[in-house]
Structures are given as structure tokens and as C-alpha cells.
Write a protein that binds this ligand. Structure first.
Ligand code: DQA
Length: 397
């Protein structure tokens, strides 16, 4: 079994009692316990180490060189001051994921700068202790199916991970758009397990990031990026054996809204550089932004995304909500768990009824007892339905 080192820096020994309103009430010992369990689920044996001393952290990283396939690092305040940690990450050449419990991008100015980030393969922040789990999953997906991290634009958030399956191709392509209610701390690592699983199944996967609310996104940048990320597949096809006739958009939650929206966006008839997807697989999508607003999904997420309520002006809702743009003219398969508490199943039922009435080829797979995140977990029993839906939308010629 591969080993992963979970490394915590200064003051994290005080977890549970230190500023609980920011860091929670769970102790470091309990966090270590959880990391070992999360690691085991992802296929890792996890070693945990904490120190308040920079030199001890460096020594532990150097020792990991012989044994660890990955490192999860919460360097605490050393994140913002330590070039030595940056250099150690580079020197040991072990893929390292930076983690912060709090949203360091939304606190004091000095916390926004991370000296270790440029040496890390991913930076996860603002997701509480769960960030450690996502970091372990990111490492597992990265080791199982190594990605190429590529930019599709000049903004630091316009990038994606390309994974190619074995064989000469041309490969069908799954473009992945992650969820998180369009908000900053949620990034494309959410879709890494799906990306690795679909690549193992024979798909080239392009797991795209986009600008998010709280980090330069929201109306209209998030939509512009989603479309640009999809169209970038045409550029990727210039260098890789991709089948542009078999492109499926796979979006989860808010990413489901983006995927459906891109599939239905208006396009100039002869836009040869625009990628026309064969269809969309929307996993627990936010398919109706007015309904999302009315139900208060994600604590006002639709309003934060569009910077409007429907009463302030319906135009942005009409422009961005898949339900307002029917028919999309594209094949759509929705997969939704009956136990989803973040985006209730009813939203998909109503959307599919409306899309069917509008003449779209659309179907809904209801998965008994599945929650919001089960549909993006390749280890859940639900996932067979997800991969079957992806295959269905991209039939082999
Ligand atoms: C932290 C954020 C740092 O800015 C801070 O100095 C910490 C904890 C976090 O986990 O949110 O000690 O890394």
C-alpha cells in the first residue's frame, strides 16, 4: 500500500480549542484518526506528524523521500513566510497538496499569499477538516491517472487537467465541470475521482476550473469560462487524438447548471471552433436557477452567482438558467439521488418534465438513497449508473 504523509505545522496541535469559530472543535488526534480512515478508503496508509518547528517539518519531509507517494501539508502560518518549506517540497519531489482548514483567501490580506503553493500540485482551503479528505482523494486520482495541468486562458483560474486513456484513440472526451454553488473554495479537485475513473474506462477527460464567486467569478465570468473550457477541447484535439464527435459534458451540482447551459448556448451556425457536445450528463444539477433562488439552495447561491434576485431583474436568470432556455437541443441524462439534501431530487423531476414537454431528448435516473456527493464518488454503488449514462451519450460509431 502506498504511504501518504499528513503534515501539520505550527499551532495545529491546538485544534479543538484554538479559535473554534474558525477551526472547529475537533482535536488534532481526532483529525489524524479521520485522515487515516479517509486515506485507507483512498488506498493509502497514512502517517501523521505535527510540529511547531520549521526545521522538524523540513526533516520529516526529507525522511518521507524514501517512503511517501504523496504529502498533505497544512503548514499553518509558515505557509505565508517559509521559502524553506517551498524549497523542501521541490527538493523531495513528492506530490504535495497544500491544505487550509479556513478560507485563507477571505481572511486577512497577509493570509492570501502562500509561499508553498507554487511548489504544490493543488491548494485546498476553506472546506474545514474535509479539505484533508479531498487532498487525499486528489493524490489518489493523480497517482492512478496522472494528469497534464494545462491553461485554457490567461486568468489563474482558467486551467484544467487533461488525462488520456491508453491506446491510440481517437478517444471520446468527457469534459468535467465541478460543483460547489459557484463559490470559491470549491475547485476542480472535486471531479478528480470521476476523471480518473472515466479515463480508466477509455475516456480522455478534461477536468476544468473556472472563475468562481469570491475569486473574480460569478455573472458573467463563470459562464464565459465554462464555455471557453469546453471550446478548448478543439485546441486539445490539435495535439491529442480526441474524437470531437463524441464529447460529453459531465457537470455536478452547480457544474450541472454550467454543463446544461453550455450545451444549450446560442452558437453562430458556422462556428467551427465551437465544440458541439453529443450530450450532457448532469449529476444532481442546479437546473433551474429561479427554483434554486426560491428554495434558497446553497444559502442564497443563485443570487450570489447572478448578483440579482429574480425580482431585481429576470434577465440574468433567463440567460443563465437551463430551465429558462429549453429546449436545449442536446441529449441530456440527469442522475440524482433520492437522499440529496443540498439539491433536492424534485428540482430534477420538474426540469425533466419541462425539458420533455419542450421536445428535448432527456431522461432522469433516480438513485435510491444516494446523497449529493455519492454521484461523484466512483466507489459508491451509484457510480455504475453514472458511467452507463456517460457511455449512453457517446455511443461508439
Ligand atoms: C491555516 C491558515 C493559516 O493562515 C493559519 O496561520 C493557520 C491555519 C488553516 O488551516 O486554515 O495556522 O493553515
Amino acid at each position: 500500500m502506498q504511504r501518504v504523509l499528513v503534515l501539520n505545522g505550527p499551532n495545529l496541535n491546538l485544534l479543538g480549542t484554538r479559535r473554534p469559530e474558525i477551526y472547529g472543535t475537533t482535536s488534532l488526534a481526532e483529525l489524524d484518526e479521520r485522515c487515516r480512515a479517509w486515506g485507507a478508503a483512498a488506498g493509502f496508509a497514512v502517517d501523521c506528524f505535527q510540529s511547531n518547528h520549521e526545521g522538524e517539518l523540513l526533516d520529516r519531509m526529507h525522511a518521507a523521500r524514501a517512503e511517501a507517494a504523496g504529502i498533505v501539508l497544512n503548514a499553518g502560518a509558515l505557509t505565508h513566510t517559509s521559502y524553506a518549506l517551498h524549497d523542501a517540497i521541490e527538493a523531495v519531489e513528492i506530490p504535495t497538496v497544500e491544505v487550509h482548514i479556513s478560507n485563507v483567501k477571505a481572511r486577512e490580506e497577509w493570509r492570501r499569499r502562500s509561499l508553498v503553493a507554487p511548489a504544490c500540485v493543488a491548494s485546498i482551503y476553506g472546506r474545514g477538516l474535509g479539505g484533508y479528505r479531498w487532498a487525499l482523494e486528489h493524490l489518489a486520482a493523480r497517482l492512478a491517472a496522472p494528469p497534464q495541468d494545462l491553461a485554457y486562458g490567461a486568468d489563474p483560474d482558467q486551467h484544467g487537467a487533461l488525462r488520456l486513456p491508453a491506446g491510440p484513440g481517437p478517444h471520446p472526451v468527457a469534459v468535467l465541470l465541478h460543483g460547489g454553488f459557484w463559490r470559491d473554495p470549491w475547485q476542480r479537485d472535486l471531479m478528480d475521482p470521476v476523471a480518473a475513473a472515466l479515463t480508466a474506462r477509455g475516456y480522455a477527460t478534461w477536468n476544468a476550473e473556472y472563475r468562481r464567486v469570491g475569486a473574480g467569478g460569478g455573472w458573467p465570468a463563470t459562464l464565459v469560462d465554462a464555455a471557453a473550457a469546453v471550446d478548448h477541447v478543439a485546441c486539445l484535439a490539435a495535439d491529442h487524438p480526441l474524437d470531437l464527435g463524441r464529447v460529453v459534458l459531465v457537470g455536478h451540482s452547480a457544474g450541472g447548471q454550467l454543463a446544461l447551459w453550455v450545451a444549450g448556448r446560442d452558437r453562430a451556425p458556422a462556428a467551427e471552433t465551437a465544440v458541439t457536445p453529443a450530450g450532457v450528463v448532469a449529476l444532481a444539477p442546479v437546473a433551474d436557477l429561479v427554483a434554486a433562488f426560491e428554495a434558497g439552495l446553497g444559502d442564497g447561491a443563485a443570487e450570489d452567482f447572478l448578483r440579482r434576485t429574480p425580482a431585481d431583474g429576470p434577465d440574468r436568470y433567463a440567460a443563465a438558467s437551463p430551465a429558462a432556455r429549453l429546449p436545449l437541443g442536446s441529449r441530456q441524462v440527469l442522475v440524482h439521488g433520492t437522499a440529496d439534501e443540498l439539491v433536492p431530487l424534485d428540482h430534477s423531476r420538474r426540469y425533466v418534465a419541462a425539458a420533455t414537454a419542450a421536445g428535448d431528448p432527456v431522461s432522469l435516473i433516480e438513485v435510491p438513497d444516494a446523497g449529493h456527493f455519492d454521484v461523484i464518488d466512483p466507489r459508491s454503488k451509484v457510480f455504475a449508473a453514472v458511467s452507463a449514462a456517460v457511455d449512453d451519450v457517446t455511443p461508439a460509431p
